[in-house]
Design a binder for this molecule. Sequence first.
Ligand code: HEC
Length: 131
Amino acid sequence: MTRRRGMALAAGLVAAALAMASASAHDVVATAPADDAAASLIDEGGALFLTHCARCHGEGAEGGIGPRLVGNARLARPDRVATQILRGSIYMPSFATRLDDHEIAAIATFVLNLGSNDFGIVSEADVAALR
Ligand code: HEC
């Protein structure tokens, strides 16, 4: 093998290793934005989701009585998701008096980043402004 070919092979192995590393990073359910504050909101939101939302939307948000939330393009507007949680709708209850601004921000941010969703962040201040 020539020196050139050896280098190309080494570069290929590095690329394959990088591809494997990024594939395993995608195994997590919610893909956390780089920001640490957002990552901790998402963690907290995941636990709150199981308590308050999973019975209708499913433990993996795959849908049930309520619509599927993972891979749902209608959720591309963070203010709309926060408003839905605050007000509820026909069959969905309102969480305005049951959850505080921080908890609603956490659940909304969790939902916005669930699976392939990549729709941003809702802050506590955003929720306060929408009330
Ligand atoms: C009692 C069942 C129930 C519970 C509990 C519930 N939902 Fe819903 N949700 C629904 C239904 C049903 C809809 C569809 C709109 C309607 O008919 O009210 C919906 C709609 C939504 C939507 C809009 C989806 C879209 O495609 O437009 C979002 C976002 C949502 N729910 C999030 C949540 C979150 C987050 C929680 C927990 C805080 C939650 N829901 C709790 C039943 C529920």
